[in-house]
Design a protein around this ligand. Structure first.
Ligand SMILES: Nc1nc2c(ncn2[C@@H]2O[C@H](COP(=O)(O)OP(=O)(O)OP(=O)(O)O)[C@@H](O)[C@H]2O)c(=O)[nH]1
Ligand SMILES: [Mg+2]
Length: 344
């Protein structure tokens, strides 16, 4: 499945059906009168999140979504049929923005969430509706109200519990492949990964979602390399796993480069809890490991872990550390929600 995380879509809700002007007039039957029915309501345009989708690629092929118009009312007090809704199915984590791309209309973070983006026009009243004691034979009905038309932008921000960041070639995809059933492309050149990948990690009988994103390099926030446009996908993570290639240059410098890009991106990414991990220790001698760990510790001002994503050494420790932070963040959220519910 191709990956697309931004799309522009034109939507239009249905017009309401017109009310009808009609009279009952039958030979030999008394008590005739107005019997024009009301028009049906136009269909709404609705956005709905569905499970098992993690791309907006469908919106590359279809960009226009129009709900059906309501049908007109008819004689014999018949109500017009309501127009069918148009439903945009999107992955969980999709945000809906106005045409300007800045005004947030909806932030859909749970499966099955639904929101009306454009309401269909109401149907007009038929003449039967206007019958009063003083006007027994009204000759007018209301027209249906028009639907609304707008352009929206969909932006997907994947929902993962933890996200892997690091320079290209740090072994991010190798790590994801080692701990989940995901099959990301892995190769010995920078920018192997071109778009984010998710995997479900199982540790101690528990599960969490881990995201692998394309590598960052110096100047990513100015668009160098693949830029920082995929960082949005780790915005909602509770913890970052920062991987550093031990066989590369100075591990401290590598660390600082990525941290600078996270800070330049903003949106609180550099405030997130982070686990610092030196990778590829299987390909290094003990002295090298010691030296790189010391540099990393100085740069990160915390104790780094050392692993080999290929041999699996140390990987379980990293997973447990991630899970611990995810659990803490989740229970803090619950407490906060409870406190808010208490105040309300
Ligand atoms: N020896 C050794 N090699 C590793 C280890 N982890 C990854 N590699 C190798 O490092 C290279 C890059 O790995 P990837 O997983 O593609 O790196 P990445 O961080 O996803 O890179 P980008 O997607 O380009 O950002 C591959 O050739 C891997 O086989 C490790 O623990 N030990
Ligand atoms: Mg990769």
């Amino acid at each position: 499945m191709k990956f697309l995380d931004e799309a522009k879509v034109y939507i239009r809700s249905g017009d309401g059906g017109n009310g009808c002007v009609s009279f009952r007039r039958e030979k030999f039957i008394e008590f005739g009168g107005p019997n024009g029915g009301d028009g049906g309501k136009g269909g709404d345009v609705i956005v709905e999140t569905v499970d098992g989708l993690n791309t907006l690629i469908d919106y590359r092929y279809q960009q226009h979504f129009t709900a059906k118009n309501g049908r007109g009312g008819m004689g014999k007090d018949r109500h017009g049929a309501n127009g069918a809704d148009a439903v945009l199915k999107v992955p969980v984590g999709t945000q809906v923005y106005d045409e300007d791309g800045e005004t947030l209309l909806a932030d859909l973070t749970a499966a099955g969430e639904r929101m009306v983006l454009a309401r269909g026009g109401n149907g007009g009243f038929g003449n039967a509706h206007f019958k009063t004691s003083t006007n027994r034979a009204p000759r007018h009905a209301n027209p249906g109200q028009p639907g609304t038309e707008l352009t929206i932008r969909l932006r997907l921000k994947l929902i993962a519990d933890a996200g892997i960041v690091g320079l290209p070639n740090a072994g991010k995809s190798t790590f994801l492949a080692a701990v989940s059933a995901a099959k990301p492309k892995i190769a010995d050149y920078p920018f192997t990964t071109l778009h984010p990948q998710l995997g479900v990690v199982e540790v101690d009988g528990r599960e969490f979602v881990l995201a692998d994103i394309p590598g960052l390099i110096e100047g990513a926030h100015e668009g160098v390399g693949l830029g920082d446009r995929f960082l949005g996908h780790v915005e909602r993570c509770r913890v970052l796993l920062h991987l550093i290639d031990g066989t590369g240059g100075d591990a401290g410098d590598a660390y600082k480069t990525v941290r600078a890009e996270l800070a330049a991106y903003g949106n609180g990414l550099d405030q997130k809890p982070e686990i610092v991990v030196l990778n590829k220790v299987d390909a290094m001698d003990a002295d090298d490991v010691k030296r790189q760990i010391a540099r990393l510790k100085r740069a990160a001002k915390k104790e780094p872990l050392a692993i080999s994503a290929v041999s699996g050494d140390g990987v379980a420790v990293v997973l447990r550390a991630l899970l611990k932070i995810i659990d803490q963040a989740k229970s803090a959220d619950l407490e906060q929600n409870a406190a808010m519910a208490w105040q309300a």
